[in-house]
Each structure stands twice: as structure tokens, then as C-alpha cells.
Design a protein around this ligand. Structure first.
Ligand SMILES: Cc1cc2nc3c(=O)[nH]c(=O)nc-3n(C[C@H](O)[C@H](O)[C@H](O)COP(=O)(O)OP(=O)(O)OC[C@H]3O[C@@H](n4cnc5c(N)ncnc54)[C@H](O)[C@@H]3O)c2cc1C
Length: 349
């Protein structure tokens, strides 16, 4: 029997970050992950965008979570010897003159945006109303996730298999799963949590996103480019072009319908020719109030959840994982807005 403090199920960005902070706190951790090819973290572009919506409103808690995320990714990158984090400008093309005017009048004093001194990408993009610059970043999930997996594997802290509910025994003092005995099991399994018998009360509002991988021979940039669709340069020279938001979907597979919509959006942004090289799809694990869902189960304190990262896994995961690790160590009280207890109608007074 292997004895650990925490068995974590799921090595997306949530499980990666939680295992990082628990290991740093000196805890013994085993990660179980089934390597699902189209998990949200394996399909995501890794964008960190300081503003949201058409009004360029600063994102929730951004001033706190961004510097923390940046420091965490840089530290992980150093340890794992991979390029994880990169600050980038987001070239946000105005779709109308009205949007441009609204941006100029409303964003005075917004520290994350500015009007460019010069128009970029002339002849390559359709941008009659110009563009704003947003100071964002990207997380290279395609490098970080496998590197962290190898790190855990080298320390015999990784089990590459699919967690099965019927093999879990929940005891008063902890849990047993096959030959693993843990004080706690923490589910970081993304949308799989929606089918868990322990978390039926949690209201997920999942939405599916589809993405094209495109080659754009005339475009060479490190910027993120956005107008209806977002282009993110990838290490292999392709651009990640996405993504759609679909609330009503049959399954997780890519569809012809979304491919056509994404292509139409690309056509409205690009003047340069492009070739489609691939299509991906995944489901964003969002809660109904779009806040993280974190904490221990009110009836089974050996079972925990770290989920609900929605559209913002890369910016939220480091800070929220560090906070949860502190809570688990008894050094902090869980922030109310993210507490799992909100779904169980429990008042803390
Ligand atoms: C198209 C798209 C684009 C996105 N773009 C961005 C972006 O640019 N920036 C951003 O911040 N966020 C983005 N997101 C959101 C982001 O992907 C999510 O917030 C984040 O990935 C959620 O991470 P997670 O670890 O909670 O879940 P997941 O990434 O889904 O991870 C769950 C993990 O659990 C494992 N697992 C599940 N069930 C089991 C089981 N039974 N046994 C073992 N393992 C299991 C899976 O293999 C997986 O590794 C995007 C999402 C989509 C779909």
C-alpha cells in the first residue's frame, strides 16, 4: 500500500497547479490522470487576457491573480526547463467605428490597454476601424503539462490511468483506491466532475469550444490577434484560431457547422491566404456563476474539488491552487466566492 497525503485526479491546469503547491508545502502527492487528448487544458490556447467583453472591463481579481500567475509560471518554467510563460500584446481589431469611439472614451486610466502609435499588419488584416493593444500573455500548456507529468513520473508520483468511482473506498480517516491510501482525494477532473455522485449539487454550465489550426504563410508575429476570432501563434509555426462558444451540443467532437463559422470569422479578419491544418474541440468546465468551485465536501471531508475555472484556467489556476493548498494545510479560510459550500446551501454565519 502506498500512503500519501493527497491523491489528485486530473492533471489539467487545475491538478498541475494544485500538485505544485501541495508538493511545495511538503505534502506527499500522487496524481492520477488518463491523458484525455481533448481535455480543456490540452485544447486551450493558454491566453491570459486582462480584460473581458466588448467594454474591455478588467477581469475579476486580475491585479492579484496576474502577478501571482506570472511568478508561478516563471518558477515552474525554470525548474522544468521549458518556456512556459510569455507576455504578449493582443492586437484587438475594432469591428465598428462605434466600438473604437467607445474604447477611446471608456478606457482612460485602464492600465492594460492603449491605442497603438501605428497600424500593424497593413494588407494582411481587414481592419478599417483600427485596433487597440491589450497587454496580455500566453501560457504554453503544450509544453507545461507534459513537462510536469514527466516530473511527477520521475518521482513515482504519477499513475497514468482512468479513475473509476467504484474502486474508491471512502473511510472516516481518508480514502483507499486500489493500492493507494490517501488522507484526501481531490478531484481536478474538469467536466468529468459533472457525472460524479459526490458533486450532484454543483451546477455546471459547460460550454463547448472549437478551434482551427491554420497556416498563414504571410503572417509572422508574436502578437495575439483578435476580431471575432482569436489567432495565437504556436511553436510549430501554425496559428491556433478560435474559439466558438456553444451551450447546446451533442458531444465533444469537432463539427462541420463550427468549422464553417470559424472559417467565416477568419475570412472577415484575414486578407492573407491561409490553409486549415486541423480542428479541435473541448468543453470548458464552468460553474453557473462563473467562479471557481473549490473546497472539501461538506459530508465527506476526505473528498475535495478544484474546478470551475471556466474560460480563464491559465490566469485563475495558480492563485486559486495556492490558496486551496493553504486552506488544506489549515493556514487560511477558504474565500467565500469560490467555496464549494455555496452549492450545498451551507451558511458559515
Ligand atoms: C477551446 C477552448 C479554448 C480555451 N482557451 C483558453 C485560454 O486561452 N486561456 C485560458 O485561460 N483558458 C482557456 N480555456 C479554458 C481552460 O481550458 C480551462 O479553464 C482549463 O483548462 C480547465 O482546467 P481543468 O484542469 O479544470 O480541466 P481539464 O483541463 O479538463 O483537465 C481535467 C483532467 O482530468 C483528467 N481526467 C478526467 N477524468 C478522469 C478520470 N476519470 N481519471 C483520470 N483522469 C481524468 C483529464 O485527462 C484531464 O487531464 C479554453 C477552453 C477551451 C475548451
Amino acid at each position: 500500500m502506498k500512503r500519501v497525503d493527497y491523491l489528485i485526479v486530473g492533471q489539467g491546469i487545475a491538478g498541475t497547479m494544485l500538485s505544485w503547491f501541495l508538493l511545495r508545502a511538503g505534502k506527499r502527492v500522487i496524481m492520477m490522470d488518463d491523458g484525455k487528448a481533448n481535455s480543456a487544458s490540452r485544447v486551450a490556447a493558454g491566453i491570459i487576457n486582462p480584460v473581458s467583453g466588448r467594454r474591455f472591463e478588467p477581469a475579476w481579481m486580475y491585479d492579484t491573480i496576474y502577478p501571482f500567475a506570472r511568478a508561478t509560471y516563471e518558477e515552474m518554467g525554470k525548474l522544468l526547463q521549458v518556456d512556459v510563460f510569455r507576455e504578449r500584446e493582443l492586437w484587438s481589431v475594432f469591428p465598428t467605428q462605434q466600438m473604437r469611439d467607445a474604447f477611446i472614451s471608456k478606457t482612460n486610466g485602464n492600465a492594460y490597454t492603449e491605442m497603438p502609435a501605428q497600424l500593424r499588419y497593413e494588407g494582411l488584416l481587414d481592419q478599417p476601424f483600427g485596433a487597440a493593444i491589450v497587454r496580455g500573455a500566453t501560457v504554453n500548456l503544450r509544453a507545461l503539462l507534459p513537462a510536469w507529468r514527466s516530473y511527477l513520473e520521475a518521482r513515482e508520483a504519477l499513475v497514468s490511468s482512468h479513475f473509476q468511482q467504484d474502486r474508491l473506498e471512502v473511510k472516516g480517516t481518508g480514502v483507499v483506491y486500489e493500492d493507494i491510501q490517501a488522507d484526501k482525494i481531490i478531484f481536478c477532473d474538469g467536466m468529468a466532475t459533472a457525472a460524479s455522485p459526490f458533486f450532484k449539487e454543483v451546477k455546471f454550465l459547460p460550454n463547448k469550444g472549437e478551434v482551427l489550426l491554420v497556416r498563414i504563410p504571410g503572417l509572422d508575429t508574436a502578437d495575439i490577434i483578435k476580431k471575432g476570432i482569436t489567432l495565437v501563434p504556436q511553436e510549430d509555426g501554425l496559428f491556433w484560431a478560435g474559439s466558438s462558444f456553444v451551450w447546446d451540443y451533442e458531444n465533444e467532437a469537432p463539427t462541420l457547422q463550427q468549422r464553417e463559422i470559424l472559417e467565416r470569422n477568419l475570412g472577415q479578419l484575414l486578407k492573407a491566404p491561409y490553409e486549415i491544418q486541423g480542428q479541435l474541440a473541448s468543453v470548458r468546465p464552468s460553474g453557473n456563476d462563473r467562479r471557481p468551485i473549490v473546497g472539501l465536501h461538506p459530508q465527506y471531508p476526505a473528498i475535495g474539488l478544484f474546478n470551475g475555472l471556466g474560460t480563464k484556467g491559465c490566469s485563475l489556476a495558480p492563485f486559486m491552487a495556492a490558496h486551496f493548498a493553504e486552506v488544506l494545510s489549515g493556514n487560511a479560510l477558504l474565500m467565500r466566492e469560490i467555496s464549494l459550500e455555496r452549492y450545498f446551501n451551507i451558511s458559515r454565519g
